[in-house]
Design a protein around this ligand. Sequence first.
Ligand code: HEM
Length: 262
Amino acid sequence: MRLLRFYRSSVGKKAVVGVTGAIMIGFLLLHAYGNLHAYFGAEEINDYSYWLRSFASHLFGYGGFLWIVRVIVGGALVLHVVTIFLLIRQNRRARPVGYRKKSRRHRTIVGLTMLISGLLILTFVVLHILQFTSGTLQPTPFYEKDGMGIVYINLYEAFQVWWIALCYVTAVALVCFHIYHGAWSFFQTLGYNNADRNNFFRGIAVALSLGLFLSFASVPVLFWSGVMPTPASVPASSSNAPQQVDAPTATNHLTIVSERGR
Ligand code: HEM
């Protein structure tokens, strides 16, 4: 009951937006760390993807831990979005008085940019999961084994195409812009908007968003520019016939892959 009363208040909603945002940033830090495995070769990142699914499998079964993460992050995303819309409605009804005109206009512009970037990010996440996780959307061939995408070769194929690499860098820039403003306004909500601490917290917001940008954006850039090695099993022919190919860096759990989308 007390929790619900807190949620009904504007401060409560801002706190929920901040905490759910922090959960998603936690996921992104983990995701960026996972992506960096690509720098060490196909085997490293494919193994990492397998590890994600087999982690604590004696407790939750194969893929169980990943599903727990998906439910937590998905729940945080839904709560984040719903609360933002409730907050917008609440703020509209409250019709704030006392702000100087310029300050109110600035807040409206920042709020609108956050809303638009948030909606674009949501669209990106849906398309991204359909491309790399389920393989439903295949602008380039999707390789899989036992229903699980083979990460390195899928990244390699996708980021040979300049506009896909560019879309990813743009999307990641949007995500980091959103995180920068989100983190900054979260600190203000927590009441840390104090002249002495502002530089420190702005520094944290910049380091977080810039660090995430560089680690995410470097992946499409390095694949597109040819720095990342070609996986051994990319078929030399551009035949459209579906085929079975040997996995590039065979580990005992990734030996034969099927290729869809050609
Ligand atoms: C250049 C940047 C990115 C690359 C190269 C990338 C790559 C990938 C890959 C390969 C997968 C599939 C992993 C697997 O099946 O083991 C994946 C999953 C996913 N990515 Fe990304 N990603 C990037 C950025 C992002 C961003 C910015 C977000 C969120 C805003 C995001 C959210 C997700 C989600 C939610 C999944 C699904 C995880 C799951 O349930 O299995 N990714 N990503």
